[in-house]
Design a protein around this ligand. Structure first.
Ligand code: SAH
Length: 358
């Protein structure tokens, strides 16, 4: 046994653990017990799994790699940001957003992000690496356990660091692990995947059996404007993206959320609002306006509430459901687009920015 590498349960779907146990001559149902310990009770030490036979010697077969909590910061509004350290020493952030009225975990999918949206701090870091499925689902385990919420209902939004559709396989595998009846048994209705619209991956998502809610980071109403704000638009343009949204399979009463970051004098005019109405024609969608969270190094300003409200009113007068995202946790730099971790290299842009903001 010792010559074999141990299987990392954190990276494994239930059926894979069942197969591994069966191959070693053990009953498959132990896999469900192990999952319950890990996901429902937050126990990753195999010696503590008291309903499993000792002679199984689980810890010689398995490990359960779990991100370590390095720092916890709590905002005056209750939002709580977790700095987590991964097995290779890299850092990510995950955020707990209470009472919206749901309890929401905002989860990262990559260390950094390659999309480089013009107004997003995470984008300034560039991409370091993809997270594994176990690191994505592991954030949910850690937050639920740290917050004493293992047996409570919560939502997850893939709106932390990274672009989920740029890390497709691991993201989808993590969602399946979270949905497993013997894991958190999360309903896909409680999961939201937010994306800039990596088109081939979006088309693949449309064929998945496990379908999270979809949020599209739109942010602009013309190709030129979106080319500048969301650079991947130069590859997969606005028009194609909206076509894919038109064809995206939605169940009854489901809608796509379009996120629209509001930048003063860039995309916040009444004309932009009217163009947005036209663009969304024929799409079952709603709009979530995100007034910019300002930060040093981000060359845009947040529009006044009056401008945001005027924009929102135009949408709603045209029958579009619109909400304005209240920004949470700004005092601890936990709000949208503000997640950034220090890199090990002193000169990395992430490090410099993080210092600027300290
Ligand atoms: N990469 C995915 C997931 C990140 S979600 C995506 O882009 O959809 C984070 C959301 O916050 C996105 O809609 C993003 O565009 C938005 N955002 C980024 N920077 C922001 C900022 N400074 N202020 C407000 N929203 C921002």
């Amino acid at each position: 046994m010792s010559a074999m590498t141990r299987i990392d349960i954190a990276e494994t779907e239930l059926h894979e653990v069942e197969t591994a146990l069966a191959q070693l001559g053990h009953p498959r149902f132990h896999a469900r017990q192990i999952f319950q310990w890990i996901y429902k009770r937050g126990v990753t030490d195999f010696d503590q799994m008291s309903d499993l036979p000792r002679d199984l010697r689980l810890s010689t077969m398995f490990v359960a790699t779990t991100p370590a909590v390095e720092r916890v910061e709590r905002s005056t509004d209750g939002t709580t940001k977790f700095l987590l350290r991964l097995a290779d020493g890299k850092h990510i952030e995950s955020v707990y957003i209470p009472d919206t009225p749901a309890q929401t975990f905002c989860i990262s999918t990559q260390v950094g992000c390659a999309m480089r949206c013009a107004f997003c701090l995470t984008g300034k870091m560039g991409i370091d690496r993809n997270l594994t499925a176990g690191e994505i689902a592991g954030q949910v385990r850690v937050l639920a356990s740290e917050l004493g919420m293992l047996d409570r209902r919560f939502n997850i939004v893939l709106m932390g660091m990274g672009e989920p559709l740029h890390n497709y396989d691991s993201t989808m595998k993590a969602l399946r692990m979270l949905a497993d009846d013997h894991g958190f048994a999360m309903s896909p209705r409680r999961m939201t995947l937010s994306t800039v619209g990596v088109l081939p991956a979006l088309e693949r998502l449309a064929t998945e059996p496990l379908m999270p809610n979809l949020a599209i980071s739109l942010h602009a109403t013309t190709e030129e404007q979106r080319d500048l704000l969301v650079p991947i638009n130069r590859k997969y343009g606005l028009e194609e993206l909206l076509d894919a949204c038109r064809q995206f399979p939605l169940k009854r009463r489901e809608r796509i959320t379009f996120e629209y970051v509001m930048l003063q004098d860039v995309n916040d005019s009444p004309e932009d609002a009217r163009r947005l109405v036209r663009l969304l024609h024929g799409i079952r969608g709603k709009v979530n306006l995100l007034p910019l969270n300002e930060a040093p190094g981000i060359p845009f300003s947040r529009p006044s509430d009056e401008r945001v409200n005027r924009f929102a009113r135009i949408l709603s007068e045209h029958g579009i459901t619109v909400s304005v995202r209240k920004s949470r946790g700004r005092d601890i730099r936990a709000a949208c687009g503000q997640l950034i971790t220090e890199s090990n290299h002193a000169n990395a842009p992430g490090k410099r920015l993080a210092m600027l903001m300290a």
